[in-house]
Design a protein around this ligand. Sequence first.
Ligand code: IPE
Ligand code: IPE
Ligand code: MG
Length: 246
Amino acid sequence: MPGDAAAQVPRHIAIVMDGNGRWARKRHRPRSFGHNAGRKAVREVIEACLREGVQVLTLFAFSSENWQRPQDEVGALMGLFVRALDKEVDELHSHGVRLRFIGDLAAFDQPLRERMQAAMTHTADNATLHVNIAVSYGGRWDIVQASRQAAAAVARGELRAEDISEASLGQWMSLADLPPLDLFIRTGGECRVSNFLLWQIAYAELYFTDTLWPDFDQASLRQAIEDYARRERRYGRTGEQIANPS
Ligand code: IPE
Ligand code: IPE
Ligand code: MG
């Protein structure tokens, strides 16, 4: 609603954090240098979300397709996740951040899985800002795992196949318990979704910027939120209907 201040701050922002490799290449450094530099941008957006009153921030850190990258890059990313978890969780906790990891977590080795689980448990009672980290995540994987749960419910006799609906299937999608996605941001100049939140993106506003992820900061997020505030979300209705709700 134009003029409604609360409606102008998205409740749920998702970001495809892209461009680390190109950022490093410009500096004649290895790609892992760019991934490390991206940590600062993560801190910046979390701070900005806390300040702006955003309720949910979902970050794409590693896709189901990223396993296909060279072994040394995958290894460097895993090392980075471990270091980030060891270093940042206490501070996030002190700011009231609730951490959640979404994706095929079974694909990770035991020590990393344990760290992710410990971080989720440690911050489980926080509610100021939900930060979801998508790792080994794919939007198609998400739809498949939700379908599998629906099929299991049918097999147990708890759900009839003809009662599978958007609402009943949707309850098994990742993040179903959180406010719907309002604003989808991708840095790094590519205008594609790359198998991020396919189900959840249905009525999100999309925002693409050429800024490479390590350069993305609080001002960059403010700019995206300002752009979002100028959009009219019609959900299939007409502009007149939105202006004069009956
Ligand atoms: C995004 O940056 C981080 C991950 C995919 C893990 P990239 O590594 O894709 O950086 P570019 O797109 O090659 O610049
Ligand atoms: C998407 O970026 C995944 C993450 C940012 C984690 P990619 O760099 O992997 O996407 P493509 O390959 O350009 O589509
Ligand atoms: Mg990329």
